[in-house]
Design a protein around this ligand. Structure first.
Ligand SMILES: [Zn+2]
Length: 315
């Protein structure tokens, strides 16, 4: 029998690992053993449907194939868009009823807390999943006799550990109903066609921080009627760090605000959806500029690039 090619075997294992689902209910307090469902991190009925066309939105997708990392924009059904398997159905409903069933009141601190809490759960799920995938691939590499540096795997494991601590703080605030333990900074863009929605976290600081970019901040972006709302949320203790992310936006006119928010989403959010009606107005050049920018930011966090095509909002 022909001997197996270890490189092929490693790649086969790697791509099979990426296809695996990662299930865990993150409900605070006791360990929940119920099977997680597919929860929307961006509100489905009001937000995703407002952005959708024929039941679909556009989402970024980072994929890895034999030629390396690739960025694409994919038509995704609203039933699947922005979902994660981090809560069982009962706990998803119990935790987020107030933001799923009621209109958002921008002065309601409980609703604002819940929006940020959901971003944190989605972010932790993605971070833990990446750590599990990397650890499995590293283990396979060792088994096959490859010499592989453990640095990336260790960093991802540390990042997941830090993220769990961050989430624990949100759990404690939730269980003691201390909604004001999380602060929010809000912006609104006027007279926009529904363009974009996002629910994301700039992950907690890792010990080896080469980026020096602000972390520990959740961002929620969504259209309601003739406005696009942007809400940054952060723990009260992290206010000065969080300010670095949005302090300059206080002085921005509406054009600069659209541009800076677009760049922030593209450079640091992995979980956002675009309206197909808006995406279809982007030229091929604009789409390529956007994809290149995402790739550059991924490979070199903190890189400074400016180009008018990076503005996602229509004129
Ligand atoms: Zn549960």
């Amino acid at each position: 029998m022909a001997k197996k090619d270890p490189v092929k075997e490693y790649l086969k294992h790697f791509f099979e690992q990426l296809k695996k689902e990662y299930h865990r209910c993150y409900y605070p307090g006791e360990e929940c053993t119920q099977m997680p469902c597919s929860s929307h991190s961006i509100q489905n009925r009001r937000i995703l449907e407002t952005l959708s066309q024929d039941g679909h939105v556009i989402m970024p997708q980072v994929t890895m194939d034999r030629d390396g990392l690739k960025i694409g924009f994919i038509r995704t059904g609203v039933g699947k868009a922005s979902t994660f398997t981090g809560l069982c159905a009962r706990h998803d409903n119990e935790l987020f009823r107030l933001v799923d069933d009621c209109e958002i009141d921008f002065r309601n601190t409980e609703q604002l807390f819940l929006l940020s809490y959901r971003s944190v759960l989605k972010g932790l799920h993605a971070c833990e999943r990446a750590a599990v995938d990397m650890a499995a691939s590293y283990s396979k590499a060792l088994q096959l006799g490859f010499i592989e540096s453990p640095t990336d795997t260790i960093e991802q494991l540390l990042s997941a550990q830090q993220f769990r601590k961050f989430k624990s703080t949100f759990d404690e605030l939730y269980m003691s109903k201390q909604w004001d333990g999380v602060r929010h900074k809000q912006f609104a863009l006027d007279a926009q066609r529904p363009t974009i929605a996002a629910s994301s976290v700039f992950p907690p600081d890792v010990i080896i921080d080469v980026t020096k970019l602000p972390t520990d901040v959740a961002v929620n972006i969504f259209p309601i009627r003739d406005k696009t709302h942007i809400i940054f949320s952060y723990l009260r203790a992290n206010e000065s760090q969080a300010q670095k992310l949005f302090g300059h936006l206080d002085f921005a006119d509406k054009y600069l605000l659209r541009y800076e928010i677009s760049k922030l989403i593209l450079s640091r959010c992995e979980n956002f959806v675009l309206s197909p009606q808006i995406y279809n107005t982007y030229s091929e050049r604009q789409r390529e500029t956007i994809k290149n920018f995402i790739m550059q930011c991924h490979l070199n966090p903190g890189i400074i690039v400016d180009h008018p095509d990076l503005c996602l909002f229509p004129d």
